[in-house]
Design a binder for this molecule. Structure first.
Ligand code: FES
Length: 188
């Protein structure tokens, strides 16, 4: 058993070492908390603009005029251009959504192909829940107000979301966030 009594200067050195270790630990904890906050914020409508999600730009394609769009009536369109298999839908949700455009920030567009194994989501929009699904293959449902986040089911990735812009009263698709099922660059 070590019965040596520490001198005053030895105790000072020990205390300063503990303080340094605590400081490093606190810094790491703060970093992790800050990182987590950023990820959560990016998926929440209202503060989604605080964190930009990475989107890849493609040539702009006109989808519809702003005036012609009706709440809760999805409209299918092909995107990106020259991709014969990719289908997206545009919908005005009637409530604010992550990535939404328009006065209410409620107009969004997503891939019609499920992110799990490409199941067709066409026609499965649920107005009451602002969601799409369940996918006919393995029942995944996606939240359209939160960047296509998975609500339930087998998929583990959000639904690819189209980047939208309003130009002179018309809605254009100008890019995609995420990878369309079965493709490596979203172009075919
Ligand atoms: S393909 Fe949609 S849940 Fe599996």
């Amino acid at each position: 058993m070590n019965s040596k009594v520490k001198t005053g200067s030895e105790l000072e050195v020990q205390n300063s070492e503990i303080s340094e270790a605590e400081r490093i630990c606190m810094s790491r904890r703060n970093f992790l908390l800050t990182g987590t906050t950023a990820i959560v914020m990016s998926s929440m409508p209202g503060i989604a603009g605080a964190v930009k999600l990475a989107a890849k730009d493609y040539p702009a394609v006109k989808i519809a005029s702003l005036k012609s769009l009706k709440t809760d009536q999805p409209l299918d369109f092909s995107y990106p251009p020259n991709n014969p298999v990719s289908s997206f839908f545009l919908v005005k949700l009637g409530e604010q959504a992550g990535g939404g455009i328009g006065h209410q920030k409620d107009i969004v567009a997503f891939s019609n192909m499920c992110s799990h194994m490409g199941g067709p989501l066409n026609g499965s929009y649920k107005a009451a829940h602002k969601a799409i699904g369940p996918c006919p293959l393995h029942l995944t449902t996606f939240d359209l107000t939160r960047h296509g986040m998975v609500i339930s089911g087998h998929a583990t990735e959000a639904l690819p979301q189209a980047k939208l812009e309003i130009i002179r009263g018309n809605i254009y698709a100008t890019g995609v966030t995420g990878l369309i099922y079965g493709q490596h660059d979203n172009l075919a």
